[in-house]
Design a protein. Structure first.
Length: 83
């Protein structure tokens, strides 16, 4: 049976990466690491990577070009991932 010791990172698709990054930094104490595009197989999806120093948890904020402005719905398939 596998043993899970922790979470490496969480990836979230957000409406506005910079506004979201600012919130996670101000309110939850994450620190900015880098901004980049995942390419080419992922069609150049922009991301901002944040780090919570105390635990080493990485948070990836994704700005998928084809995302919708729909309200959050936990029943929707594909809310990205926790790794």
């Amino acid at each position: 049976m596998p043993c899970f010791n922790g979470v490496s990172h969480i990836a979230l698709t957000v409406r506005d990466m910079r506004v979201s990054a600012d919130w996670y930094e101000r309110v939850l104490g994450f620190g900015f690491v880098t901004e980049f595009h995942v390419a080419p197989g992922d069609a150049g999806v922009p991301r901002i990577l944040l780090l919570y120093q105390a635990s080493g948890l990485l948070l990836s904020l994704c700005g998928h070009p084809g995302r919708t402005g729909d309200a959050f719905d936990p029943r929707r398939t594909g809310l990205d991932h926790i790794a």
